[in-house]
Design a protein around this ligand. Structure first.
Ligand code: MN
Length: 232
C-alpha cells in the first residue's frame, strides 16, 4: 500500500550480543514503586500501582559503551532523572497471573524516566494529565536490551544513578513495592499486553534536577551502565 506521508520509522532497541533489533510497541511506566521514593513524593503504604505511558518514539537509544546526548527539553526549569529497570515483553496477554506475567519477560534494560517535575507538579495540582511532564521527546533514554536468557530473572541487585560522579539515587530492585511479575499482572488487567511492550518499573529515592551539561551515569546489577549527557 502506498503511504500519503513518508512511512513512519518503528522504534526499536538494540540487543546485547545480537545484530537483530527489538521492535517497541508501547511504553508503560509504573509510578511510585519503591517505598522510599513514594514517601519522598508524598505517598505511604502499599497503594495499588498506577501507570502512565510514553510514546514509543520518546525512546532515545544509547548504544553499549556510548554516551547519549539528550537535548534539554523546552518549557521546564526542573528536569528530573529517574533511573528504572525496563522490562521488555516477548509475549503478552490479559488478566495474567504473576507466573504468567513473569513468563512474558524477554529481557531487561536500564532506562531513564526523564520528567519535567515543574509541569508534573502543576498537573497534579490542577488534576490534569501528565503527558507534558512525562511523555515529551527524548524523555526515555535507554540502553541495549539484555535477554533474560542471559541475565536470569532480575529481582534483586543494586540500581543507582550519579550526576557528574556524585551519587543521587541508590536502591535495590528487591525494594520494589510491586515486583515485576505483580506489576505486569496488574497492568494486564487494564491493557492487553503484547510482544514489544516495554515497562518502566519505577525509581528509587533520590530523584533530582539535572542541568545543561550534566552527565548522568545509571547502573543496574547485571545490566552494566548507561551514560547520558544533557546537551548544552
Ligand atoms: Mn518513573
Amino acid at each position: 500500500m502506498s503511504m500519503l506521508i513518508p512511512h513512519l520509522q518503528h522504534a526499536t532497541l538494540a540487543v546485547m550480543g545480537s545484530e537483530a533489533a527489538f521492535p517497541v510497541r508501547r511504553v508503560y511506566c509504573v509510578g511510585r514503586n519503591y517505598a522510599d521514593h513514594a514517601r519522598e513524593m508524598g505517598a505511604s503504604g502499599r497503594e495499588d500501582p498506577f501507570f502512565f505511558a510514553k510514546p514509543a518514539d520518546a525512546i532515545m537509544n544509547v548504544a553499549d559503551g556510548q554516551t547519549g546526548v539528550m537535548p534539554y527539553p523546552s518549557c521546564t526549569n526542573n528536569l528530573h532523572h529517574e533511573v528504572e529497570l525496563v522490562v521488555a515483553l516477548g509475549q503478552g496477554g490479559r488478566d495474567l497471573t504473576s507466573d504468567e506475567a513473569a513468563a512474558c519477560v524477554w529481557g531487561y534494560a536500564i532506562g531513564l524516566d526523564m520528567t519535567r517535575r515543574d509541569l508534573q507538579g502543576d498537573a497534579k495540582k490542577a488534576g490534569r494529565p501528565w503527558e507534558t511532564s512525562k511523555s515529551f521527546d527524548y524523555s526515555a533514554p535507554i540502553g541495549p536490551l539484555h535477554p533474560v536468557a542471559q541475565t536470569g530473572v532480575l529481582s534483586s541487585g543494586a540500581i543507582s544513578l550519579s550526576v557528574n560522579a556524585a551519587p543521587r539515587q541508590d536502591g535495590d530492585l528487591s525494594d520494589m513495592i510491586w515486583s515485576v511479575p505483580e506489576a505486569l499482572a496488574y497492568l494486564s488487567t487494564l491493557f492487553e499486553l503484547k510482544a514489544g511492550d516495554l515497562v518502566f518499573t519505577g525509581t528509587p529515592a533520590g530523584v533530582g534536577a539535572v542541568k545543561r551539561g550534566d552527565l548522568m551515569s545509571a547502573s543496574i546489577a547485571g545490566l552494566g551502565s548507561l551514560q547520558v549527557r544533557i546537551s548544552d
